[in-house]
Design a protein around this ligand. Structure first.
Ligand code: NCD
Length: 313
């Protein structure tokens, strides 16, 4: 398997075997991710972080990941302080940044921005979210979390809840879970159901999936409840947002009838879709999930930068 120099724009850029390999490498990164070991896998390499949209976890975990494997980080997260504010195009900015770094992590509000950046850049571009498009590195850490909790994903029942239309984490995760052969349940108000291109992808692959409007339909059978925030910033009309805001709120009462082993995940940030009283239950995994972003991104950065992973074994 060869990862060196590759872009990561869509989760579909990877085969099932490649995904499993990245997750295996990530397991070996855990002691260093926690700071219990020091790694110097990519001495002198520089990561450029280009964030045109807000971020907490993705930005900080990429930065930690790069530093934990011995690399350095440059970048911006306030686009008003860059030449974009003067009218510079993304293509020109990318041409500059590739001269300053060895790998780029890009988050942008426009769907397709990462694909375009990858075409302009000779160094790897990792998509950290492109509008309502995809968020493949989030998916890798979501899969890592599911795999470490459930062992395998084939035929497991996984419910995706909330904003399935605009949620980029949902799109990437859906593609991946279909590859893994999971049984999928999509729970959202009608206006926020999956985009047609994602549905047709599932149909073409003969994926097992059902659509529901009510969470209680599936509560007793699911192994994973993957909850998402309604993506307020993507609604063309605030009135439309107001109609669906607060559509799902998971609290301890709504978990009645759930399997004891069922886990709740969320890419975070949450607004009001998971009540804080769920945090203390045995179901909550979202904070562990957020930590898992560090070893997973350490693995991905090491692989695309061509690190010698012999020292891990
Ligand atoms: C998500 C995103 O930016 O798509 N956040 C993240 O990266 N963990 C989810 C969200 O903003 O709702």
């Amino acid at each position: 398997m060869d990862f060196q120099g590759r872009d990561v724009v869509s989760i579909n850029d990877f085969t099932l075997e490649e995904i499993n390999y990245i997750l295996d490498v990530a397991e070996g990164m855990v002691p260093a991710a926690k700071g219990e070991e020091v790694l110097d896998l990519i001495p002198g390499k520089i990561l450029a972080m280009m964030f045109y949209e807000p971020s907490t976890r993705t930005m900080l975990s990429f930065e930690t990941a790069m530093k934990r494997i011995g690399g350095k980080v440059i970048g911006f997260s306030d686009v008003r302080a860059t030449s974009t504010a003067k009218g510079e195009t993304l293509a020109d900015t990318i041409k500059m940044v590739e001269a300053y770094a060895d790998v780029i992590v890009l988050r942008h509000d426009r769907e397709g921005a990462a694909r375009m950046a990858a075409e302009f850049s000779d160094i790897p571009v990792l998509n950290a979210g492109d509008g309502a498009g995809q968020h493949p590195t989030q998916t890798l850490l979501d899969l890592y979390t599911m795999r470490s909790e459930l062992g395998y994903l084939r035929k497991k029942s996984i419910a995706l809840v909330g904003d399935l239309k605009y949620g980029r984490t949902v799109h990437s995760l859906t593609y991946a879970l279909a590859k893994f052969g999971a049984n999928l349940h999509f729970i959202a108000p009608e206006a926020l159901q999956l985009p047609p291109e994602v549905v047709s992808h599932l149909e073409k692959r003969n994926a097992s999936f059902e659509v529901h409007e009510d969470l209680s339909d599936v509560m007793g059978e699911v192994d994973v409840l993957y909850v998402t925030r309604i993506q307020k910033e993507r609604f063309p009309d605030i009135e439309e947002y107001n109609k669906v805001a607060g559509a799902f709120r998971i609290d301890t009462e709504s978990l009645t009838g759930a399997k004891k082993s069922m886990i709740i995940m969320h890419p975070l940030p949450r607004v009001d879709e998971i009540s804080p009283d769920v945090d203390g239950t045995n179901h909550a995994r979202y904070f562990q999930q957020a930590f898992n972003g560090v070893p997973v991104r350490m693995a991905l950065l090491s692989l695309v930068l061509g690190a010698d992973l012999g020292v891990l074994r």
